[in-house]
Ligand binder design. Structure first.
Ligand SMILES: NS(=O)(=O)c1c(F)c(F)c(SCCc2ccc(C(=O)O)cc2)c(F)c1NC1CCCCCCC1
Ligand SMILES: [Zn+2]
Length: 248
């Protein structure tokens, strides 16, 4: 995992509200006031083209601001991009862990608070960002929603390469049940590590086929030679933070 000395150049990376964390379910606080997450505008027509980019650290799908979180957060957040974190053929690569268990991979859908004029303005304010996270594991069947992304990875094997992909229902990348989640205040998991993310990590895991997980883990390179793998940040201390859960 990268990032041991980020704190030198990016002071927030050495802060006390960093992500990712281990979620110890014995210490989470059941919070019945946490409402189901509600998404709007997530179903995109195929004629809306989205940019899919290998940025050398992950694969990023740029999202239109028409996608919004309209429930579960006190304020409205609009989408910026989504990206993935994964491991290697010899081990898992989710960023968050639950009771010390690391999942095969993790999706992050990044949003910004629309009370700010732009994403860049929002990302420096404590309530500026909302990231929806879900774990990915290997299951018995191909996942058609993840296939909308994975089938293009061979076109962007090299850092900096990008391709336009047809729109689809982005909500299909997240669990059907948006009621069961963990919630805590944390940060971006890459520099500048701004401590401005209200994290939602869903309890229900997304299932991909074995071949799909292999495509994710084997397709991308961070420069011509080295495979892009294990792009998860090391565990950060919880410090005085509490993790809330919407379920018992
Ligand atoms: N888990 S996370 O959300 O913190 C996160 C990561 F862990 C990430 F690793 C990344 S990718 C690393 C940052 C990066 C590098 C290159 C480019 C480019 O050439 O276009 C773009 C970005 C990454 F992009 C993100 N999300 C970004 C945070 C970086 C700065 C703002 C962009 C939106 C969210
Ligand atoms: Zn991420």
């Amino acid at each position: 995992e990268p990032g041991i000395h980020w704190g030198v150049d990016y002071p927030d990376c050495a802060g006390t509200m960093q992500s990712p964390i281990n979620i110890d379910t014995a210490k989470t606080i059941f919070s019945p006031q946490l409402r189901p997450i509600q998404l709007s505008g997530y179903s995109l027509p195929a004629n809306e083209k989205l940019k899919l980019r290998n940025n050398g650290h992950t694969v990023v799908l740029e999202l239109p601001e028409s996608l919004a979180i309209t429930g579960g957060y006190a304020q409205q957040y609009r989408a910026v991009q989504l990206h993935l974190h994964w491991g290697s053929p010899s081990g898992p690569g989710s960023e968050h862990t639950v009771n010390g268990h690391r999942f095969a991979a993790e999706i992050h859908v990044v949003h910004y608070n629309t009370k700010y004029d732009s994403f860049k303005e929002a990302m420096v304010h404590p309530d500026g960002l909302a990231v929806l996270g879900a774990f990915l594991e290997v299951g018995p069947r191909e996942n058609p929603y993840y296939q909308e992304i994975l089938e293009h990875l061979y076109k962007i094997q090299r850092e900096g390469e990008e391709v336009l992909v047809p729109g689809f229902n982005i909500a299909g990348l997240l669990p059907a049940n948006l009621k069961l989640y963990f919630h805590y205040n944390g940060s971006l998991t890459t520099p500048p590590c701004y401590q401005t993310v209200k994290w939602t990590v869903f309890n229900q895991t997304m299932l991909l086929s074995h071949d799909q997980m292999s495509m994710l883990v084997m397709s991308l390179r961070n420069d011509d030679s080295k495979p892009l793998q294990n792009n998860y940040r090391m565990m950060q201390d919880l410090h005085r933070r509490r993790v809330l859960s919407s379920f018992q």
